[in-house]
Design a protein. Sequence first.
Length: 202
Amino acid sequence: MADEEPRQPAVENGQLIYTSISAMQKFRRCQAQWHFRYVLRRPDKPPSKGQIRGTQGHKRIEHYLRTAEDVLDPLERLGKKFMPAPGKDLWLEEEFGKRAQLSAAGVPMKGYIDLANLRDPNWIEITDWKFRKTLDYASTARNLIDPKKDDGLQMIGYAASLGNHLQHQNPTIRLRHVTFQHEGRRDVVGTDPVSIPLHTAI
């Protein structure tokens, strides 16, 4: 989800206690903004209408995939073709630090994976739901495996967390974005799943 950061301070007494993918993205874009947010603990701007819409959509999709109760709105139903059958075996809003561990330079990372589908013994598919004003901002499969891109940093990080958890196995991890356009003409697109070997993700 967009809000992937816990509420406890990330920096205490000048020491970085934890980080997150969104914090790393913020640091890369603007170190001053990172300092204001995580060191000075100044709050971010109130969530935008689009961010609120995305949070609501994530919650409905999670509920549907957990329970099979169709609480999806019309836009989200268009995305059913990109969703697996609901079931308790799906990893939904999987939090780092429980089954899946991840750290950066020894600093624990916090965050949540929208969906990890481990049903096939030969591959794991990680899906991230995105809600955008326009599909012009939808990612590409190539960006998902490019660590220089925000989407790549995010998805490779997710793959690394599962890789650490499943290091005794040797499946392939497939990464995918599904983007919902929530303004103008409602539409949904999904990237082609792009594969990354488990051992390269760790």
